[in-house]
Design a protein around this ligand. Structure first.
Ligand code: UD1
Length: 338
């Protein structure tokens, strides 16, 4: 039996494929490569010594998905496929709702048709929205989202809760990621932002290698220890291992459960920048800029439920995240120059 990773060639999907293969599970990847490339499959094989089955398809295409479910014995699906840029979702809301909702529904319908009843969803802490209760626990009241990308996560969570309530055989885990950063320690896998990065760590690594002149720090007047925004950064390899733990959990549990995947520790923008400078021995030029619309001052996870029920905790440090992110950026540069 195999685990199907939709969007498995992407940043988090590829790291999860590695961890599942290393744990001895069979992996099938379905990805249209719209935000990744086929070399990722080779790199997964280089790291693990095992090659996942790969289908280049859009999972919102039911006929194409049917070929995967007919050819492979799929025991569970981890659904990563989806559009994920917050700013773009504000500009193109219909594209985001159409793509993200369609792909989730199509995967669920194909699973139902083939008697596959285990679904792990790549959700986000963005579903907690504008709540002021910190740290976020899975019970924290959700007060709506700040952008269409977030709403698609929120809506898919609702769809999954309803589907699990209606079908007693269905097992669903909602994984709410905090801020995934870093890269595989081998330097072979990482995030490849297209265009100007929106997120902090890829922006910092591009400043470090001279693609950008300086970082703009969005606001230094927040009610946080140094005035800059505080987030719960989590190493992508820790996050990937959280998926392995969720798969083991879902083998034993029915119904729908949400888990935070974060470290439980918040770091400010400037703490991240200074840690990056220290561990990589360089200066990151930055300027204080106005607050970014839609940002909130501070949030981080209460990771206790995942520890108690999944037996999982993040163990990598901010230093590890900065070191691995920089190694990956150097690799990207070297690849581009050859
Ligand atoms: C955003 C999304 C989140 C998504 C995450 C991916 C929302 C509200 N947020 O989180 O859903 O999972 O990206 O990692 O939907 N910053 C700068 N300068 C920059 C870039 C960022 O100062 O050039 C600051 C931000 O103001 C913030 C922190 O760095 O305080 C982190 O920002 P970012 O990496 O974009 O992540 P979030 O906005 O927290």
């Amino acid at each position: 039996m195999a685990i199907l990773l939709t969007g498995g060639a992407g940043f988090i999907g590829s790291h999860t494929a590695v961890e599942l293969l290393c744990a001895g599970y069979e992996v099938v990847i379905a990805d249209d490569l719209s935000n990744s490339d086929a070399s990722v499959i080779d790199r997964i094989e280089t790291i693990t010594g095992r090659r996942p089955a790969f289908y280049r398809i859009n999972v919102a295409d039911r006929a194409a998905l049917e070929t995967v479910f007919s050819a492979e014995a799929i025991d569970a699906v981890i659904h990563f496929a989806g559009f994920k840029a917050v700013g773009e979702s504000v500009e193109k809301p219909l594209a985001y709702y159409r793509n993200n909702l369609d792909s989730a529904l199509t995967v669920l319908e194909a699973m139902q048709a083939h008697g596959c009843a285990r679904f792990i969803f790549s959700s986000s802490a963005t579903v907690y929205g504008l709540t002021e209760q910190i740290p976020y626990t899975e019970q924290t009241e959700r007060r709506g989202c700040t952008n269409p990308y977030g709403w698609t996560k929120y809506m898919i969570e609702q769809i999954l809760q309803d589907a699990a309530a209606a079908d007693g055989d269905l097992a669903v885990v909602l994984l709410r990621y905090f801020n995934p950063v870093g890269a595989h320690p081998s330097g072979l896998l990482g995030e490849k932002p297209s265009g100007v990065p929106n997120n902090l760590m890829p922006y910092v690594t591009q400043v470090a290698c001279g693609i950008r002149t300086h970082l703009s720090v969005f606001g230094n007047d927040y009610p946080t220890p140094d005035g800059t925004g505080v987030r719960d950064y989590i190493h992508v390899q820790d996050l990937a291992q959280g998926h392995v733990a969720a798969y083991r959990y879902i083998l034993e549990h029915k119904g729908c459960e949400a888990f935070n995947l974060g470290t439980g520790k918040g770091y400010s923008v400037l703490e991240l920048v200074h840690t990056f400078e220290r561990v990589n021995g360089m200066k990151i030029p930055y300027q204080i800029a106005p607050r970014r619309a839609g940002d909130i001052a501070m949030y981080y996870a209460a990771p206790d439920k995942a520890a108690a029920e999944l037996g999982w905790r993040a163990c990598k440090t901010l230093e590890d995240m900065c070191r691995d992110a920089w190694r990956w950026q150097c690799r990207l540069q070297a690849d581009e120059e050859t």
